[in-house]
Design a protein around this ligand. Structure first.
Ligand code: HEC
Ligand code: HEC
Length: 196
């Protein structure tokens, strides 16, 4: 019995050490490269760079693999080129462990329109409720991105890129949704989410 307990304890310690090693590996990559644009904690005040703090681990890992393979195009292609699978998994775990923050809402009336669309969609134009996939708290799921607290400007750019099919790395779901959103709806929903 004691032997089993000792074995179990050492397995747990090995797993814990492996996890710590992964986080240290991610931290080193972030301080060498990623911090320049995303900040050491996945938090940059410049709205061009998406917030990664609190983003879901598997989603980050998948996006990095897509940037590496060229399936998703942009500035990130060269950043991901040198990462291997273990790096990408470690970076996902690292950023998802950082606390997410919300912005101050700058235009509350517009954000209120955004909240309506986020929760209900737009039945007159056939836009599905965003909450039905991204969740009531906009925290996403393991594979679906967290939207709460993201920079409004980044959200606007992504919605437009889905619509023009500049971003096609995943399924076509977001393309068909974005194609039905008006400019006002995009601005409204992005403001609502950034303050959430
Ligand atoms: C030179 C600036 C720059 C550096 C350095 C950089 N990134 Fe990015 N990153 C961006 C930009 C800009 C985007 C937005 C997507 C786009 O338009 O290409 C982005 C997007 C991302 C995304 C997608 C986020 C989402 O919500 O879909 C992830 C994940 C990411 N970066 C991770 C990293 C990691 C990990 C590193 C370090 C290895 C890194 N980035 C280094 C500029 C940078
Ligand atoms: C049927 C499910 C579904 C619905 C409904 C949905 N989304 Fe998405 N959304 C996804 C998936 C899956 C992804 C990630 C994969 C991809 O790139 O297509 C995504 C990605 C996004 C992204 C990119 C996030 C990032 O970090 O780069 C934004 C922004 C977004 N959705 C906004 C919205 C908004 C706003 C609505 C409502 C008008 C909405 N979504 C409705 C499934 C959905």
């Amino acid at each position: 019995m004691i032997r089993i307990l000792v074995v179990l304890a050492s397995i747990t310690m090995v797993a814990g050490a492996a996890q710590a090693a992964d986080l240290a590996r991610a931290e080193a990559i972030v301080s060498q490269v990623c911090h320049l644009c995303h900040g050491q904690d996945g938090e940059n005040s410049n709205a061009v760079y998406p917030r990664l703090a609190g983003q879901n681990a598997a989603y980050i890992t998948k996006q990095l693999a897509d940037f590496k393979s060229g399936l998703r195009k942009g500035t990130m292609n060269s950043m991901a080129a040198g990462l291997d699978d273990a790096d990408m998994a470690a970076l996902g775990a690292y950023f998802s462990s950082k606390p997410a923050k919300a912005h101050r809402v700058s235009e509350p009336e517009l954000a209120a329109v955004g909240q309506y669309i986020y929760e209900n969609g737009n039945k007159w134009s056939g836009v599905a409720s965003c909450a039905s996939c991204h969740g009531a708290a906009a925290a996403g799921t393991d594979k679906l991105p967290r939207l709460a607290g993201q920079h409004a400007r980044y959200l606007v750019t992504q919605l437009k890129d889905f619509n023009t099919r500049e971003r096609t790395n995943d399924n076509a779901v977001m393309q068909s949704i974005a194609s039905k959103l008006t400019e006002l709806e995009i601005e409204a929903v992005a403001r609502y989410l950034s303050g959430k």
